[in-house]
Design a protein around this ligand. Structure first.
Ligand code: ATP
Length: 616
């Protein structure tokens, strides 16, 4: 639980009220910046809707008294004097129409603002996500914040503003009722207001309980959402069916729901029982006042019209008091939820790294100097004391067992993470000092777990370089280099074929075809001088693999090529081979040198060669 909500839960009422106002003003500002004209119309209509009911009650008194006077007149003179009453009825009709118009207008404004605000906040959340680091994304607590912000916060600002305006509207109504009721008795005003307070206190307490429940179970909600994804998405469907995971996962899903529901049920029951019991206080207050007003009318202290008006005022006043108090407790709840949004939006962004677009020694290439790296929350370093120098025109292969640190090295080179110790230099300039855009433009990289985007085939290649995202000529060149052109041209709509099953006419590709698309993506960055391929041919057939490496070597002359591969036959021609074991480089050299060493590389190479011979 964070300090913000803790402070809210333990702070004194005055401070809480101040926080409430702070978030209300932030929410108002958000709505104002979303659409000034709608916010203005909303405000004006709310004020009008607040003042009109008292006017209607007042006119209804005039009608009743007018009828009574006309009845007297009729008894005395036999003359029907209906004109003033008709006029009052007409006035009341007009006021009622105006009120209905205001209420309709308010709900129209709310609907429009809700749509605009939902979009604005979603964008704010997604834009913020672009500024965060990979480390933040991999942090479970951060994910909880993101989820909480996304789940509720898009509706809460409008709800807070609606609550604020609603409160204002009801306060205006209440003020105008109080002025009229005051003429009857100041005590009546006091009874009116105090009758609703117990219910309000219970509402406020249960809103806080509900919010705390919501925060505490975010990890469970996240698991539920994850299970929904696994159970209902096409990329998991195969395994879910074949491993018969459905019942197991559904069981987990049900268990989580049952736990959540039992907590919710208990809270809802407590909230409603208390709400009902304390609501009786205001009902008792109303009927007490009813008797009082009726007795006053019987004893002649009030006219029939006044009695009708006061009863109306009292009933409407009570509903205005309860609306005011509900609005305040609703605002309190919205405010708690809104703190999630701001907690996420105010998440600190790592300091902007360097702004240099050129190294001190152009052409020096990449240097790792005693680099050690430990993942956040990990105990053991994933890389230890790594040093090597790769010059332009050279190729580098990284080999080693699973989990030995090869991909981690690439993540450091691409500055997705920072070394814990040591430094990485490009053209003799520390990576941290490079401008992010300039650095990323120099590196073309395809990871093992590349994205399979449900876009057009061409766009899936274009993703490799956003500056040329829609450049068809570049798509084709890149596809030829990545060995994808041949199969793409055979697709019915060529580069315009929609991929994936989420959209109409979407096609699925084979694993090897997807890998060719990913490879082509790497070749989109024609200007990049560091090309990194992380196991790029694992799912390709032998012919395609040979051709890819032929291309890779030919096209990347003068560039720095880095390849991670488990196939030793593909790395033997590389200028440098780094053999990794448990995060360290245990052997380093060319194929011939490593074979002579007769160490791990030589052992694994011979093992694979023997395997090939056996297969043959
Ligand atoms: N995001 C992460 N957070 C924490 N630990 C990680 C993360 N990614 C990888 N690791 C750990 O770091 C170590 C090195 O992983 P890395 O992915 O670099 O291995 P690799 O040599 O590329 O393996 P493979 O050949 O299987 O691709 C492993 O022990 C792995 O569990």
């Amino acid at each position: 639980m964070n300090s913000l909500s803790l402070s809210k839960e333990t702070s004194p009422p005055a401070k809480r009220f101040k926080d409430l106002l702070q978030y209300s003003s932030r929410a108002l500002h958000l709505v104002w910046s979303t659409s000034r004209s709608l916010a203005l119309v909303f405000a004006v209509l709310t004020l009008a809707a607040g003042a009109l009911p008292a006017g209607i009650a007042w006119v209804s008194q005039l009608i009743v008294d007018g009828v009574v006077a006309a009845m007297d007149q009729f008894k005395q003179s036999g003359e029907v004097l209906a004109d003033p009453v008709m006029l009052y009825v007409l006035c009341e009709g007009i006021l009622v129409i105006l009120l209905a118009g205001c209420q309709r207008g308010i709900s129209t404004c709310q609907a429009l603002l809700r749509a605009l605000l939902g979009q604005k906040i979603s964008l704010m959340i997604l834009e913020k996500a672009q500024q965060l680091t990979l480390t933040q994304f991999e942090d479970a607590e951060f994910y909880d914040k993101l989820l909480r912000a996304r789940r509720e916060a898009s509706t809460r600002p409008l709800s807070l503003v609606t609550g604020t305006f609603g409160l204002l509207q009801n306060l205006i109504s209440l003020g105008s009722y109080a002025v009229l009721l005051f003429q009857f008795s100041p005590w009546a005003v006091l009874i009116l207001v105090s009758g609703g307070i117990p219910e309000f206190l219970s509402e406020a307490k249960f809103s806080g309980d509900k919010f705390r429940l919501f925060r505490r179970r975010t990890p469970e909600t996240r698991m539920q959402m994850y299970l929904e994804t696994v159970l209902a998405r096409e990329d998991y469907a195969k395994e879910v069916k074949l491993f018969q995971l459905g019942p197991l996962l559904l069981g987990r899903y049900r268990d989580i729901f049952a736990r959540i529901f039992s907590e919710d049920r208990a809270l809802t029951l407590r909230r409603d029982c208390w709400g009902f019991a304390l609501g009786l206080v205001s009902t008792a207050a109303f009927y007490g006042a009813y008797v009082w007003i009726a007795v006053s009318a019987i004893s002649g202290a009030l006219s029939l019209g006044q009695m009708t008006m006061y009863l109306l005022l009292f009933r409407q006043g009570q509903s205005a008091v309860s609306s005011c108090l509900k609005a305040i407790s609703g605002m309190y709840e919205d405010n708690l939820y809104l703190s999630n949004l701001y907690e996420y939006l105010e998440q600190s962004i790592p300091e902007k790294q360097g702004g240099l677009r050129q190294g001190k020694k152009t052409g020096d290439g990449v240097r790792f100097e005693n680099v050690t790296f430990t993942y956040p929350n990990a105990e053991e370093p994933a890389l230890q004391d790594i040093s090597f120098h790769l010059k332009p025109g050279e190729s580098l292969a990284l080999v080693g067992e699973n989990g030995s640190g090869k991909t981690t090295l690439i993540k450091l080179l691409t500055r997705l993470y920072q070394p814990t110790n040591g430094r990485i230099l490009l053209d003799d300039l520390d990576l941290q000092q490079w401008d992010a855009e300039a650095l990323r433009q120099r590196i073309g990289v395809i990871f093992q777990d590349y994205g399979r985007y449900q876009f057009l085939v061409g766009e899936n290649i274009g993703i490799g370089d956003v500056h040329h995202f829609a450049d068809r000529q570049r798509w084709q060149q890149a596809a030829e280099r990545g060995m994808a052109a041949e199969f793409i041209e055979k697709l019915p709509e060529g580069y315009d074929t929609q991929l994936g099953k989420w959209f109409n006419r979407g096609r699925e590709l084979s694993g090897g075809q997807w890998q060719k698309i990913a490879l082509s993506r790497a070749f989109m960055r024609a200007d990049a001088d560091i090309l990194v391929l992380d196991e790029p041919t694992a799912t390709m057939d032998a012919a395609a693999e040979t051709a890819v490496f032929e291309h890779f070597r030919r096209l990347s002359q003068g560039k720095m090529n880095i390849l991670i591969s488990h196939r030793f036959s593909t790395v033997r021609k590389f200028d440098q081979i780094l053999v990794f074991d448990n995060g360290r480089i245990i052997e380093h050299g060319r194929h011939e040198q490593l074979m002579k060493m007769d160490g791990k590389y030589a052992f694994l190479f011979s093992l694979q060669a023997a395997g090939y011979l056996e297969d043959a």
